[in-house]
Design a protein around this ligand. Structure first.
Ligand code: PMP
Length: 285
């Protein structure tokens, strides 16, 4: 694999980052994951915009312009011959060669920019989406700036492991009795013609896929309600699903051992998945 590190396209075995990098020592970094379908980037503009916001919120300088970032994405897709897959991008605050809680001077310490691709043939035509996901609910004990897409992913990893150990596919996080989001996706329930998902705030990541799916749902004459819901309400809903840039729209078929409907992916979730994939392929860059 050819990867990108601070201005260079190099084989992954030659890629190096300092052990003092604050991304490594302090999870002082942000990331984006953009999917590739038919060799083209899905909603790059949305990811670039959120990256700028994450950087701003953390007073981290941008490593380059968003146009340059697009070019790096395209180069990597081409060099690695990716038809379906992902581009992972990470920006960290870099290092001034020592460990200190105080941020290094941005005039002299440049951010570290790393990108790599993941080849995922069959990403769109996913067997997992045809089966639907089984969900385990776990407490949401993350920090309170979940709107910033930091690389601080230990608890989401632990939540996913708890789900796997319980024979489930993924975890939904619950705070003060309400679902915040999934371990790495936004969470939804469907009641009749209505799609319900938590409102945007610092409690959840502002999903790029969430924004696109809610817009497409409204255009398809579905009703959209942004409000909190509980696990109990989700268990009694007609359907549930999650959205993320890497799994698109993923139907949910079971929550904490309670089967939803007949235990197969719901028609609304499957329809939204199809609409999303169709529209995003058309707009891909
Ligand atoms: N919430 C969390 C916690 C996530 O990690 C992700 C995926 N990065 C999402 C939601 C979905 O965001 P997006 O649609 O931009 O991938």
């Amino acid at each position: 694999r050819i990867v990108y590190v601070n201005g260079e396209y190099i084989p992954e075995a030659e890629a190096k980052v300092s052990i003092f990098d604050r991304g490594f020592l302090m999870a002082d970094g942000v990331y984006e994951v953009t999917s590739v379908l038919g060799g083209k980037l899905i909603d790059f503009a949305g990811h670039a915009k959120r990256l700028e916001r994450s950087l701003n919120e953390l007073d981290m300088p941008a490593p380059c312009t968003m146009d340059e970032l697009l070019e790096i994405h395209r180069q990597l897709v081409e060099k690695n011959d990716i038809d379906e897959g992902l581009v992972y991008l990470q920006v960290t605050r870099g290092s001034d060669g020592d460990r200190d809680f105080v941020f290094p001077d941005p005039e002299t310490t440049k951010p570290t920019l790393v990108l790599f691709t993941q080849n995922k043939p069959g990403l769109a035509d996913s067997p997992a989406a045809k089966k639907g996901a089984k969900i385990l609910s776990v407490p949401d004990i993350r920090w309170h700036r979940r709107d910033i897409k930091t690389v601080q992913l230990l608890y989401p990893s632990m939540a996913k492991m708890m789900a796997k150990k319980a024979g489930c596919d993924d975890a939904w996080l619950v705070e003060d009795g309400f679902v915040t989001e999934g371990s790495s996706n936004n969470a939804y329930i469907v009641k009749g013609n209505k799609i319900i998902t938590r409102e945007l705030s610092t409690d959840i990541l502002h999903g790029i896929t969430r924004a696109a799916v809610l817009k497409l749902a409204a255009e398809a004459q579905m009703e959209v309600e942004e409000r909190n819901f509980t696990i109990e309400e989700a268990q009694q809903a007609d359907e549930a699903f999650t959205t993320s840039a890497s799994a698109f729209v993923m139907p949910v078929v079971e929550i904490d051992g309670t089967q939803l409907g007949d235990g197969t992916p719901g028609k609304t979730a499957l329809r939204l998945r199809e609409i999303y994939l169709d529209e995003m392929r058309k707009a891909a860059v």
